[in-house]
Design a protein around this ligand. Sequence first.
Ligand SMILES: NC(=O)c1ccc[n+]([C@@H]2O[C@H](COP(=O)([O-])OP(=O)(O)OC[C@H]3O[C@@H](n4cnc5c(N)ncnc54)[C@H](OP(=O)(O)O)[C@@H]3O)[C@@H](O)[C@H]2O)c1
Length: 262
Amino acid sequence: MPLSFTSFAIVGAGTIGRPIAQSLSTKGVSVVVLSHSEGKSVDGIKTVVVNTSDVNAVSKALKDHKVEVVISTLGQAGIIAVQSIIAEGSRAAGVKLFVPSEWGMPTHGYTNGLFKVKVDQLAYIQSLGLATVVIYVGYFMGTVRSPTAFDINGKVNIVGNIAATGSFTAESDAASFTAHILTTLPPYQLANKVFRIEGQHGSMIDVATALKTTVVKDLLLERAVLDGTKPEGLRVGDRLLLGVLTTSGPGTFGRHWQRESA
Ligand SMILES: NC(=O)c1ccc[n+]([C@@H]2O[C@H](COP(=O)([O-])OP(=O)(O)OC[C@H]3O[C@@H](n4cnc5c(N)ncnc54)[C@H](OP(=O)(O)O)[C@@H]3O)[C@@H](O)[C@H]2O)c1
């Protein structure tokens, strides 16, 4: 049994995949990015274009590069479309550890939406006999504007308890943490474990301060979001739901969803 893993594949190289690939590449280990499209590359890191809908193609690419650890950083559409196929290809290739695309708040216990998809994916990947590592990082600092609907009206739009707090981590810190644990811990300390990193703990008021704006607690908006409707003329997306989670408690990853709802 090796002391730690030395060969990694990252599936997807977007908001979180790119910095993880870059962090791993500084660790003196083998790193390859599996991409489904030409032209997507991370400087200095080998990119392999593969049909991620084809188990055999995925398996071959992983075997060719003697990959021990697969790190999925797929976004929502990719998770739904191909993450289970990539897990099947990983098992066929003899991959030792699979990191499913979580990279946010704890999803355990959720029964609907993307979080439920992530819960089901984890169960499926483990049912294949693959060891997993789940990494929760809270909200990405770099994209926090979106869940607060900042881009709609230049304010941090609050729904729920204005004083409640959440967990925020810079993408670069989440990536460094991921690269560190995956390249230093022995396999038995990673297999089927859950890790959590929190860069900063704060309220939506802190978020507004960081964005140099103010908080708006809009009752019309609140009712619309909680009812699942949209007020006329206001483009409220699903993303605001994350603001609801933060302000109602479960956005703090130190808390557990099941405890929240108990
Ligand atoms: N904590 C937070 O605040 C936060 C915020 C956003 C996301 N997240 C979570 O972080 C994870 C990754 O999200 P992200 O924002 O980093 O995603 P992203 O920026 O959209 O990147 C996704 C990557 O997956 C690739 N991809 C998509 N479909 C694929 C397929 N069929 N085969 C292979 N690659 C495919 C994309 O390539 P192309 O561009 O070529 O399609 C892209 O490189 C998700 O679990 C998401 O829920 C967390």
